[in-house]
Write a protein that binds this ligand. Structure first.
Ligand code: C2E
Ligand code: CA
Ligand code: CA
Length: 737
């Protein structure tokens, strides 16, 4: 049988925008088929050509219908091989093939063979005609009604599918976190919604334009031939017609429809910014498609708005408010990414700190501070490309993270030192830096950052303009100190901290004039941890305050016991560190301790190291003056190791100077030690203080000191530091008593 497609001979094949209606005629009567084909072949229904396919048996028809789902209508002879062959085909078509949309017109050669009403209804049969009633004119009417109903059904089905797709793709849109990703999704979803090749779709975002000016826009996403213009300005799109359609939509703030393209517009109030999206449809969209697009546009707007919201939140979380550069969070995120990437090996992190920044900020005001910070941020930003992350970690601490060949501390610091510019940052403030090579690191970003900061902080304690490279070994020294500090706190809690007392004697008479209280830490196994290890650590961490309080209580208890044992004249010297002395309530607390121990102020001497006395000179003087007024003696410890000038020394409210052990040690030799010790003795005499020598170990030293009028001394020659009980015994056994 001939089942070739029959075209009307004078018309070209229908174009893709207006496809012909496909109609299947099923009849075993070749004459009727021929006549029908002839009649229909000339027809033009609802603006579209008609294309006929013929089937001459029920089986053949069923096969064609199963294979080709695009028939709009079937003209079916009820009586063929059997009386109900046609009805069985209808059943197969609806129930087995599952085609609910195709329209069915039943024909019969014998009147009175009409199927029952229920069959008509159940199988959604449109019409029933007797062949001889079917004039060409009537056939046209019947087909027109059927095809109209078919196209409505089709549109509804497509709308339903489209809505389903919109729901699904809207979900996809809401997962997007940035505009780029979102607009790529928008493009592909529109393409599949309209069943288009994803060719020639552009999504642009308008930049703020002055009122009345043409909006400038850049391409966020594009597909097909426009792909290469992503991220570029709309002017560089390379297609003036498309660019001007987009610009026109942005300017008129409206969606535009053309025969072969559509420009969707998403307004700022819905989408967070003005967006336009050009879609090359190559055909006029039908009403269903336009409606679907409208519904989808609402989803797109919401998606764009969410993304805008998300990026603002991101900005808040990852951007420094003042300088508009990445903040610590952003640095940590990038550091983490870099540490786990293969790039790690050639990446460095440089931290930069402006020396004296907080001082200047206080002195000149925050306006000055902000200006300096802005200057640093800008110059860093101008210098590095997108490969390098610049962040403000906090205050005046900046971070530069990038490839080793680009990020070099000395080059960065040099950026701020430009010769012949007196107000250049580097001329006013120096900068300190630490460089950390990520390849030396397997920890997390925050550990890396913390380590780098610590190294920088340690370096800055040495002075200004420090440039160090982070070294893991230094870090382990730090970890060691931390363990020691924890152990010290445990030791305090479990009473492992004690004091020993070392006598001070008048060398002429051998009379004990005082004892120095020295801190001791004996571990349960009897091992001692020297005070030179734990005292500086306690001072550096602030733990010296509670520790100093404890040591003071212990020393005053010893003073009380000495007095009770008849040694009221023996002064107890207590070492006091800077942070202790400079506490506002130091005098008050000291007084409370004195009262609690029942000790008179005259029995106490406080030892302040020379370097402490010279720091915060005014405050120190004030405190010492108050103490001396109470009757407390003041000794300047380790004298000769600092750089006190005579004029300062004159003002210092102190009773005596302790000549540091290092000079006493050198007294034997005929060298500097002698000269310095001699000078100290003369200075003391000139400012009206007495002197005491520390660390006296032999008779020659005693002789030299006596000759030079230094009459008091402390040292192993006389006694080592000892516990209170041993001291009481030692004192009791002395003949001089
Ligand atoms: P310092 O105040 O200069 O204490 C004198 C140090 O010299 C003591 O060391 C003492 O044992 C040692 N010494 C005394 N005579 C001789 C001698 O003839 N030869 C030698 N080679 N050394 C002698 P120690 O007890 O190890 O204390 C070291 C430092 O620890 C002290 O130096 C002081 O700066 C600090 N320190 C000790 N106890 C305390 C305390 O209770 N509070 C504070 N703030 N610092 C303390
Ligand atoms: Ca001392
Ligand atoms: Ca000393």
């Amino acid at each position: 049988m001939d089942d070739s497609v029959v075209f009307s001979d004078d018309e070209p094949v229908a174009d893709s925008a207006h496809p012909a209606w496909r109609i299947l005629t099923v009849d075993d009567d070749p004459d009727f088929q021929r006549a029908t084909a002839f009649a229909i072949g000339e027809m033009d229904i609802l603006g579209r050509r008609v294309e006929i396919q013929q089937a001459f048996s029920n089986r053949e028809a069923a096969m064609l219908l199963a294979e080709q789902q695009d028939f709009a209508l079937v003209l079916l002879d009820v009586v063929m091989e059997t009386e109900d062959a046609g009805l069985r085909l209808v059943k197969t078509l609806r129930e087995v093939i599952g085609n609910a949309e195709i329209r069915i017109v039943l024909l019969t050669g014998e009147p009175g063979m009409a199927p029952v009403q229920s069959v008509m209804r159940d199988y959604d049969i449109n019409d029933y005609w007797s062949k001889n009633e079917l004039s060409s004119e009537r056939l046209r009417t019947v087909l027109t009604a059927g095809l109209r109903s078919y196209s409505q059904l089709k549109a509804t089905a497509r709308a339903r599918r489209g809505l389903q797709m919109i729901v699904e793709s809207s979900n996809a849109l809401f997962c997007s976190k940035n505009t780029r990703e979102l607009s790529a999704k928008i493009l592909s979803e529109i393409a599949s919604l309209l069943d288009l090749q994803a060719e020639g779709i552009v999504c642009v975002k308008a930049q703020d334009a002055a009122p009345g000016e043409l909006p400038d826009a850049y391409v966020i996403s594009a597909s097909g031939r426009f792909y290469s213009s992503i991220d570029g300005n709309l002017n560089g799109l390379g297609d003036d017609a498309v660019a001007s359609a987009l610009r026109c939509s942005l300017q008129k703030q409206t969606t535009l429809r053309f025969d072969d393209c559509t420009v969707l517009f998403f307004p700022r109030f819905q989408a967070g910014a003005d967006y336009a999206c050009y879609v090359a449809t190559e055909r006029t969209l039908d009403d269903t498609e336009l409606e679907l697009l409208e519904v989808f546009s609402a989803s797109i707007s919401r998606g764009l708005y969410n993304v805008a919201l998300f990026s603002r939140l991101e900005e808040m979380a990852y951007q420094d408010d003042l300088l508009k550069i990445p903040n610590r969070n952003a640095l940590i995120r990038m550091l983490d990414m870099t540490l786990s990437s293969p790039n790690k090996d050639d990446r460095v992190l440089v931290l930069l700190d402006i020396d004296n920044f907080s001082g200047a900020n206080t002195a000149f005001g925050t306006g000055y501070g902000d200006f300096i910070l802005g200057l640093v941020a800008n110059r860093l930003r101008e210098t590095f490309d997108g490969n390098v992350l610049i962040a403000r970690v906090r205050d005046d601490l900046f971070a530069v993270l990038g490839p080793e060949h680009q990020v070099r501390a000395e080059a960065i610091v040099a950026l701020f030192r430009r010769p012949n510019r007196p107000y250049e940052l580097g001329q006013v403030h120096s900068l300190s830096s630490v460089t950390l090579y990520l390849r030396d690191f397997d920890d997390t970003a925050s550990v890396a950052l913390q380590d780098a900061r610590l190294t920088l902080k340690q370096a800055k304690q040495l002075g200004h303009d420090q440039h160090v490279v982070h070294d893991r070994r230094l870090q382990s020294a730090h970890a060691e100190s931390f363990r020691l500090l924890l152990a010290l706190r445990d030791a305090v809690a479990s009473d492992l901290i004690s004091i020993e007392l070392q006598p001070q004697v008048d060398m002429r008479s051998g009379v004990v004039t005082g004892v120095e209280a020295l801190a001791r830490w004996y571990q349960p196994d009897g091992k001692a941890i020297p005070p030179l290890e734990f005292i500086p650590l306690a001072e550096a961490t602030g733990y010296i305050l509670p520790l100093g309080d404890l040591l003071m209580r212990l020393a005053l208890q010893a003073a009380r016991r000495l007095a009770e044992s008849g040694y009221r004249d023996i002064r107890v010297a207590i070492n006091v560190s800077a942070s202790q002395l400079l506490q506002r309530d130091f005098i008050e607390r000291f007084t409370l301790h004195l009262e609690a121990a029942g000790v008179s102020a005259a029995q106490v001497e406080l030892e302040i190291t020379e370097s402490v006395a010279m720091r915060s000179f005014e405050q120190v003087c004030e405190q010492l003056l108050a103490l001396r007024t109470m009757g407390v003696k003041v000794a300047i410890d380790d004298f000769g190791t600092g750089f006190s000038s005579l004029s300062y020394l004159r003002q210092l409210p102190a009773d005596r100077l302790k000549i540091d052990r290092s000079f006493v040690e050198e007294l034997r030799a005929d060298d500097d030690g002698q000269a310095i010790a001699e000078a100290i003795i003369q200075i003391a005499r000139r400012v009206g203080m007495t002197v005491i020598a520390e660390g006296v170990e032999n008779q020659q030293q005693v002789e030299w000191l006596m000759q030079h009028d230094c009459l008091e001394a402390q040292g192993y020659l006389f006694a080592r530091p000892m516990s209170l009980e041993r001291l009481l015994n030692w004192l009791g056994e002395r003949p001089s008593r």
